[in-house]
Design a binder for this molecule. Structure first.
Ligand SMILES: [Zn+2]
Length: 503
């Protein structure tokens, strides 16, 4: 009798499990290559103008997502709306110059200004040469209220990065402005200036934070001839003084001199938006799973093909989120609604600095403490060169960092259903690309919310106008979308909330 009862119970529970899985499979089938293609052909069309944060094209994409959420019957969790406004400060270099005597130098020509804060009119300061800005140099040179001129080894991004620290330390000692002059061939300056103009000339965005105390006051990088003019000393002599033994106080030989500069930044407030679609759960509705992607991209480009379509980055993630929303809402309509709630979250400002997701986690619509996991999709429609001959893969990043259960669930569902090759190359904490911190999931992980980041790798069209819809493998996109779906399905329906067991 007992045995029979046991057998019966086992049979019953197996039946229940089988039923659940066939239900999941049934709704996963709603993630189709043709639907994904229809939506992506709009989201990544030239009409969307590359979806630059705050631009007309980005707002058109937002309207498209809004319409899709409405059609599906998702709730708007921001006072009834799907729009969460994200305010950003846009700052762009305006009139910027530096003068020594009557000679005037202009930005991106003989000088390059890097920073985002204006000087508030013309500023006149004494400039002092501090050589390589070692502590031994600062020990005998007074830099308080001065402009300091620092000698760098060469003009490169690496050296620049290192100099940010040096500049901060000079400012802590009271310096008002920092000028950098680099050793190396003088003719290398102009191409470097042109390169930086490409990056910074069109301006930059930043999140407006209530406690923001001024931005980055910045620094000038100047040609050797400019430094030479300021100190009325040949560059070779400056170089020699900077290289000499500090105990002899060699920098005292270079006499301070007056400079005048002005930094005007054109600043304005730009309004952008995250798009939120909410599907309420049943008996565990206070707990939330987020499925996210960023719908912004890098905008227009100079050249013949002007539009950075961002079909893969991250049009592919955006349309996958919409497709998962469709599958889960359809399931709910037919009596298979998720036990936990789901927030379909497409964010803005990712390309400019993960701003949309940062804004969401600092202004969460649902408590982060109740947020069980974030499944983030950023680029899943292409095949990278490493997988040319074995395309059934996806890179998985971050799944094991905070929750062993999340990792196990993601693995097991893939083995059961999608059977993709999960590649963990980029999950290595020491991988130089540092991808764990380079898309929106990072803002959740920082807040102890377990995440999985789904990614297809770096390909030749990354951040180029050639990231086009025609290059997307829609069968593969659907398959990867299903992998996210099955993991999400278990996360929302299982009895126990997954545990955070790692730090
Ligand atoms: Zn990108």
């Amino acid at each position: 009798m007992k045995k029979l009862l046991f057998g019966f119970a086992l049979l019953f529970s197996q039946l229940g499990f089988a039923q659940q899985t066939s239900v999941a499979t049934q709704y996963a089938e709603l993630i189709t290559p043709s639907d994904l293609k229809d939506n992506l052909s709009i989201i990544a069309s030239d009409a969307m103008e590359g979806r630059y944060t705050g631009s007309r094209g980005q707002k058109m994409a937002a309207a498209f997502i809004n319409n899709d959420f409405e059609t599906l019957g998702l709730l708007g969790p921001v006072n009834g709306s799907h729009y969460q406004t994200v305010a950003l400060a846009s700052s762009k270099p305006g009139g910027i110059y530096l003068k020594s005597g009557v000679t005037r130098y202009s930005n991106f020509n003989e000088i390059i200004f890097l920073g985002d804060t204006g000087s508030g009119g013309e500023v006149s300061l004494d400039a002092v040469f501090v050589g390589k800005a070692a502590e031994a140099d600062f020990a005998y040179i007074d830099v308080k209220d001065k402009a300091v001129v620092i000698l760098a080894d060469d003009l490169s991004f690496n050296v620049l990065r290192g100099l940010r620290k040096t500049a901060t330390s000079a400012r802590e000692k009271g310096a008002q402005m920092v000028l950098i002059v680099a050793n190396g061939k003088p003719e290398e300056f102009k191409p470097f200036a042109d390169q930086l103009k490409g990056f910074f000339g069109k301006g930059s965005l930043s999140l407006i934070k209530p406690d923001q105390q001024g931005g980055n006051k910045g620094m000038f990088i100047v040609e050797q001839a400019v430094a030479s003019k300021i100190f009325n000393t040949p560059f070779e002599k400056l170089f020699k003084a900077a290289s000499a033994e500090p105990s002899k106080k060699p920098l005292n030989k270079i006499k301070p001199s007056r400079i005048v500069y002005q930094v005007a930044m054109e600043t304005k407030t730009v309004k952008s938006e995250n798009m939120l679609g909410y599907l309420e759960g049943t008996d565990k509705k206070d707990e939330l799973i987020i499925i996210s992607a960023h719908f912004d991209h890098i905008g227009l480009h100079e050249g013949e093909d002007k539009v950075n379509n961002g079909a893969d980055d991250d049009g592919s993630g955006t349309v996958t989120v919409l497709q998962l929303a469709k599958a889960f809402t359809q399931a709910k309509k037919e009596g298979h609604g998720p036990r936990r709630s789901i927030l379909f979250l497409t964010v803005t400002g990712e390309e400019e600095g993960l701003f949309g997701s940062e804004f969401y986690v600092t202004h969460p619509v649902f408590p982060l403490a109740n947020t069980v996991a974030d499944l983030n999709i950023d680029m899943i429609g292409r095949i990278d060169p490493e997988h040319k001959d074995k395309p059934d893969y996806v890179y998985i990043i971050g799944s094991d960092r905070l929750s062993s259960e999340l990792h196990e669930i993601n693995e097991r569902n893939n083995k059961e259903y999608t059977k993709l090759d999960f590649d963990y190359t980029y999950n290595d904490e020491n991988h130089p690309t540092n991808l764990y911190k380079r898309s929106d999931h990072w803002n959740f992980a920082k807040n102890n919310v377990p995440i999985v980041f789904y990614f297809d790798g770096i390909h030749e069209d990354y951040h180029k106008p050639s990231d086009e819809v025609s290059k997307i493998d829609f069968d593969l996109l659907a398959k990867r979308g299903k992998a996210v779906f099955f993991t999400a399905w278990e996360l929302v329906n299982r009895d126990n909330r997954i545990a955070v067991d790692k730090k």
